[in-house]
Design a protein around this ligand. Structure first.
Ligand SMILES: Cc1cc2nc3c(=O)[nH]c(=O)nc-3n(C[C@H](O)[C@H](O)[C@H](O)COP(=O)(O)OP(=O)(O)OC[C@H]3O[C@@H](n4cnc5c(N)ncnc54)[C@H](O)[C@@H]3O)c2cc1C
Length: 398
């Protein structure tokens, strides 16, 4: 089934494009377009701006403040945000914990957390992975012991994205160590200001502080912060992961990066001619462009079939693999295009503190850090090897 855009969809595209042009702050847009680092405030302020407009959670039902957009309209929204260079709305609240709360949370949890997620008042982080429990997530060991009206949590999470800014964590904990490993896990909502929580930075290859280790030492969590039933957390965790993978294809952003790459390759010269006219380099760019066009059509097909009422299925794994392969290929081509100009590393320029980069080429200077940062995409959200296992089992039936 293909996605057919109607005249109403075209009008919708024109409306949101005009709104984005008028409302996306230029400074934020410049950072995204030029591969600079977004600050906490950039991300939080953009979420709040969208929240006021009612557009921070495109997939939410109107009952909880969503805009009531169709699947096609959501796809158009993603593409337009990617095209223009809008900062991301972090998925942890809006697209991860919120769908779980809507389906499995109690009324009090929905009423308390959903409006704060929508407005951007609470910053959420994801407490799934642990040292030794990434792909084999069900082996996780962070322990929660019930004592009266609270759980006492001890253990460690790792790779917690932007946990240094978070107000809340949704966290998988082991509540029954004697049960089969998937059956002894619960899903807790933890206030990050609770005594006993320590957040330590993990500095990545590009010298950025994007991920963390989080330690729990006798952290007391009220029982009312348990989502659903005790020991049924694995069901909720898997439901959440299906949502995690859908947005990961990032077709709109890759289209923008492809245009950036072509611009760079036009300006760089090889034997006195634009690099983009070099047949070998041009063929490499064309190969990625064709893959991206195929991904866009595939994403639209998946969306069209989901419009029939099915939730995100194992097809999301295909989008994740292809989407991240393309993102990484684009960063490789950018670094290849500028060659040694990517070598100077100027963190202050990346943070927006210097107007011009050390080394003299403002386009090229952020590209090595961007390249290194994007090695993550084939690992997070379930590694690409794990996605291939899902495809072989759930789609191919092997
Ligand atoms: C930048 C970044 C941000 C992240 N953010 C978060 C976050 O916010 N919250 C969170 O909870 N987690 C987060 N993660 C963790 C991420 O989900 C895990 O890194 C991922 O699930 C892989 O787990 P692992 O690192 O333990 O690697 P491992 O599971 O140890 O895997 C190592 C290698 O073995 C391969 N492998 C493992 N098992 C199999 C198998 N059965 N078949 C084939 N190959 C296999 C993997 O593909 C990988 O190449 C983040 C990771 C990164 C890199």
């Amino acid at each position: 089934m293909d996605l057919d855009y109607t005249p109403a969809d075209d009008a919708f595209r024109a409306e949101i494009r005009a709104w984005l042009e008028a409302n996306l702050p230029q400074a934020m847009r410049d950072k995204v377009l030029n591969h600079k680092r977004l600050s906490r405030d950039d991300i939080a302020n953009w979420h709040k701006l969208l929240g006021k407009k009612g557009w921070s959670a495109p997939a939410w039902p109107a009952q909880w403040g969503g805009p009531g957009w169709t699947e096609a309209q959501r796809h158009i929204w993603d593409a337009e945000c990617g095209r223009i260079g809008a900062p991301p709305v972090l998925p942890f609240g809006v697209s991860m914990v919120a769908p779980v709360l809507m389906k499995y949370g109690n009324e009090a949890q929905k009423r308390r957390y959903l409006p704060r997620i929508l407005s951007g008042e609470d910053w959420w982080c994801q407490g799934y992975s642990e040292p030794g429990s990434g792909s084999d997530l069900a082996s996780l060991r962070t322990r929660a012991v019930r004592e009266g009206d609270r759980y006492v949590v001890n253990g460690q999470k790792t790779w917690t994205t932007l946990g240094q800014h978070a107000d809340m964590m949704f966290c998988l904990v082991r509540t029954d160590p004697a049960a089969k490993k998937q059956e002894g896990i619960s899903f807790l909502l933890i206030d990050m200001k609770t005594p006993g929580i320590t957040v330590r930075p993990i500095i990545t290859l590009d010298e950025d502080h994007e991920v963390n280790e989080v330690f729990f030492e006798d952290v007391k969590v009220p029982v009312e912060n348990l989502v659903g039933d005790e020991n049924r957390g694995w069901t909720y965790a898997k439901y959440l992961l299906g949502h995690e993978r859908t947005g990961i294809a990032r077709v709109g952003a890759s289209n923008r990066e492809l245009a950036f790459l072509k611009g760079v390759a036009l300006r760089q010269k090889k034997h006195g001619k634009p690099l983009l006219e070099d047949p070998v380099f041009a063929a490499r760019v064309a190969a990625v462009e064709i893959e991206l066009m195929a991904l866009e059509v595939t994403a639209e097909r998946v969306i069209a079939s989901a419009a029939g009422g099915r939730g995100p299925g194992p097809e999301a794994s295909m989008l994740k693999i292809k989407g991240t392969e393309i993102q990484q290929a684009l960063t490789e081509l950018m670094v290849d295009a500028v060659g040694p100009l990517a070598a100077p590393f100027d963190p202050a320029f990346l943070e927006g503190e210097h107007e011009h980069a050390a080394g003299g080429d403002d386009d090229a200077a952020p590209l090595a850090a961007y390249y290194f940062n994007y090695r993550k995409t084939s690992i997070y959200g379930g590694s690409n090897e794990i996605q291939k296992n899902i495809i072989s089992q759930m789609i191919l039936g092997i």
